[in-house]
Write a protein that binds this ligand. Structure first.
Ligand code: PBE
Length: 575
């Protein structure tokens, strides 16, 4: 029997779309609040020279967790600073602290409620199970739509992923309060509130804090994931290292995360009973920290008044000086970085994330007619769906028009001559590729779209397969990055190879790994080498270890792209 597919995915899509519109006000409120909170923490931590902040933090950790951990904190933070990851570490710390704060703010009341009502507990428990088992990646998708690209969707996703232990342990802690103590407090006629505040919560505190500690550690484990949607910090450093295959940088940033994890873990474990609590009372230390924080903020507030940036209504102020970028390893990201230098756009930054995240952000801005600047490339379906324009690039930083090459591993010609020939003869035009992209954008799966295009263009395909010997089920692996252009081309050529007797698999990877995979022979080919400028670094790194089969498409273009309604025309206008 042929059961129709239940359209669960499209129901969720419509639901999310509806929520995005209906609660737009709420979401922008949340975004502003969280952003503000983060800025606050980052500002305080980056106020003085790193050494001062590091010493203060080390003293604080020593106070709660004894001097050896204080020394460890001192040395490890100094090392982080020395390696050049201090700013990232501050960002990461701020992200984790805000997620932790939100978990306490929301998790503890829910935990208390669960402890007080069996019905609530029965509803909440499976929800928590669901939240913890659903891959955290999935939360990123609606988060981008609701909160836009940047750190906020990352925090929200971390928060959803991390809140469960706080709720569970609060509930558990309160339920574990011995019956006789409850009976005693009842016998003395205490109200529910008194019972909760004076008996249950104090006795439950150690268990609750164990939950908070776990939540914070879970939030920290999310920082790399969060960087996919543009959250800055050590997570982004790790992601960038993967994207560019930079082993050393990956290790350094990873090590910094480990240090921060150890420090945060011990610190939160000992917060309730500071190791030197008998020497100085906890509340004095807390008061001192509060004075330091507030003092720093006040000083900064005064200092800022004077240094207000130039044009308050310019495109920079309207877009928060953000250029919405894509995967950190993409060639266009390096070009955008160069553009910032060449055009002296000192205030501007390029937000790292993913192509899909960039599109979501574009869609959102476009719907609200808000100004936005993205890193964009053609061919791309976005030009047929939205009214967009490239900003002029008088200095030629984005390399003018170029093309896309096919690159195969050494030895493919001998091992699978037919496949080699087809890959070599593969060549099409921007209009062809655009068609496939539009089919996909309209809802077809990439494989279906590729098949449809192949059915519609038998002549072109015949030229590619002309004279190629049929395969005998040999395995061919194609690597690609999840850029719309490469999704289209790789699926089309993959299908063609399959129809010619090859057993084709496609692997989606990051940019660096795409090149490295073909160079070390673990993958057979890639059809997404943007040359001569976009991928020149990768190309030069690996060029001796693979075979460049030349162009499969001409006339591509990279640059900064804005919607037509944004009234600037050149990158120079960003100044
Ligand atoms: N792109 C699309 C890629 C190549 C394909 C322009 C985003 C890049 O910048 O590396």
């Amino acid at each position: 029997m042929n059961m129709p597919k239940i359209p669960l995915g499209s129901w969720i899509d419509s639901l999310v779309e509806w929520i995005t519109v209906a609660f737009a006000g709420l979401f922008s409120f949340i975004t502003t609040t969280i952003d503000g909170l983060l800025d606050l923490i980052v500002n305080v931590l980056s106020a003085g020279p790193p050494i001062v902040v590091i010493v203060v933090l080390a003293l604080l950790v020593a106070y709660t967790s004894r001097w050896p951990l204080g020394i460890f904190t001192l040395l490890s933070l100094l090392l982080i600073d020395n390696l050049g990851y201090w700013d990232s570490a501050i960002q990461t710390l701020a992200i984790v602290l805000v997620s932790g704060f939100l978990t306490i703010l929301i998790g503890i009341p829910i935990g208390i409620w669960c402890a007080q009502s069996k019905t609530v507990q029965r509803i909440v428990t499976p929800v928590l199970d669901f939240m913890q088992t659903m891959p955290a990646f999935v939360y990123l998708i609606p988060s981008i739509l609701f909160f836009g690209i940047g750190v906020v969707p990352g925090i929200i996703a971390s928060f959803i992923f991390a809140i469960a232990p706080t709720i569970r342990m609060t509930n558990l802690g309160i339920q574990e309060v011995p019956r006789d103590l409850i009976e005693a407090s009842d016998a003395f006629g205490s109200t529910r509130g008194q019972k909760l505040l004076k008996v249950q919560l104090p006795l439950a505190t150690p268990t609750m804090l164990a939950g908070v500690n776990q939540s914070i550690m879970l939030a920290l484990s999310m920082v790399v994931t969060a960087s996919l949607v543009g959250a800055p910090g050590l997570g982004a450093d790790v992601y960038r290292a993967v994207s560019q295959i930079n082993v050393g940088q990956g290790f350094e940033a990873g090590l910094s995360i480990v240090f921060i994890a150890i420090i945060l873990d011990r610190f939160t474990q000992n917060l309730r009973k500071p190791a030197y609590g008998h020497v100085v009372k906890g509340r004095y230390v807390a008061a001192l920290v509060a004075v330091l924080v507030v003092g720093t903020l006040l000083v900064q507030a005064f200092a800022k008044e004077e240094a207000a940036p130039g044009n308050a209504n310019g495109i920079g102020a309207q877009t928060n000086y953000r250029i919405i970028g894509i995967e950190p390893g993409a060639g266009i990201m390096a070009q955008a970085g160069n553009a910032i230098n060449e055009y002296k756009l000192d205030n501007w930054k390029v937000v790292e994330g993913s192509s899909a995240g960039m599109i979501a952000e574009l869609q959102k801005a476009y719907n609200n007619k808000q100004p936005i600047i993205i890193t964009g490339w053609a061919p791309h379906w976005k030009f047929s769906k939205f009214d967009l324009k490239f900003l002029d690039d008088p200095k030629g930083v984005f390399g003018g028009t170029e093309g896309i090459h096919t690159i195969v591993r050494k030895g493919l010609e001998q091992d699978a001559p037919g496949a080699y020939k087809i890959l070599d003869q593969f060549s099409w035009e921007t209009g062809d590729m655009e068609k496939v992209m539009v089919y996909i954008e309209e809802g077809m799966s990439p494989a279906e779209a590729a098949e449809k295009w192949i059915d519609e263009n038998p002549d072109k395909v015949a030229e590619w397969t002309n004279g190629a010997q049929k395969g005998n089920g040999e395995k061919i692996n194609l690597v690609y990055v999840a850029w719309d252009t490469e999704i289209a081309s790789t699926n089309v050529i993959g299908k063609v190879l399959e129809q010619n007797g090859y057993n084709v698999s496609l692997s989606q990877v990051e940019v660096g790994p795409m090149y490295a995979g073909v160079a070390n022979g673990s993958s057979d080919a890639l059809v997404g080498a943007w040359l001569p400028s976009t991928h020149i670094e990768y190309f030069n790194t690996y060029k001796d270890d693979f075979v460049d089969l030349g162009l499969n498409l001409k006339g591509t273009k990279n640059g900064l792209v804005v919607p037509e309604y944004v009234d600037i025309d050149s990158i120079e206008d960003l100044k």
